[in-house]
Structures are given as structure tokens and as C-alpha cells.
Write a protein that binds this ligand. Structure first.
Ligand SMILES: [Zn+2]
Length: 88
């Protein structure tokens, strides 16, 4: 599973901090409910173009990601994906 997002840590290491990459990985480990981007893939615009910016990923997908969300923003749904932090 983690292989789907491993590219984040190599391709984006010079663009985001490790903390940001951790958040981004959580986001990309879920399929997007808005544009249906699969796990490990960027969100896409309506025309199918990849949105290669973590701040531009669809809000619905970012809200679903656990962790750093404010306390008043409850994660939606109960189908939480186990977070595997045991990467080498
Ligand atoms: Zn999306």
C-alpha cells in the first residue's frame, strides 16, 4: 500500500518539508471523493489535468485525512485507513 505513495518522498523532497510530506501522504492515501483520483495520485481538474500542489487537492479529500485537522473539523465517515508509519 505504501508503495503507492513512496514517490512523494523522492519526487517532492526538495519541495515540501517532511512534515508537509507526511500530511500530503495521508491525503494521497485516500481516493478523492470529488474527482475520484485513485490512491497515490494527484487530484485532477474536470478536464483531467493533474493538480500538482498539495494545497490545491480537493478539500473533501484533505478533510478525510486524519491528524492535523482542527478539533472542530471532525473527520468524515468511519472507514478510517490505518496509517502505516513503519516506512524504512
Ligand atoms: Zn480530487
Amino acid at each position: 500500500m505504501s508503495a503507492n505513495t513512496a514517490w512523494i518522498w523522492t519526487d517532492l523532497a526538495d519541495r515540501y518539508t517532511p512534515h508537509e510530506l507526511t500530511i500530503l501522504e495521508r491525503v494521497l492515501r485516500r481516493p478523492c471523493p470529488t474527482c475520484e483520483a485513485p490512491v497515490g495520485c494527484w487530484c485532477r481538474t474536470k478536464s483531467g489535468k493533474e493538480i500538482r500542489d498539495m494545497d490545491e487537492q480537493h478539500p473533501e479529500r484533505r478533510i478525510l485525512a486524519p491528524a492535523t485537522a482542527p478539533a472542530d473539523r471532525e473527520p468524515l465517515g468511519t472507514h478510517d485507513v490505518p496509517v502505516d508509519d513503519g516506512r524504512a
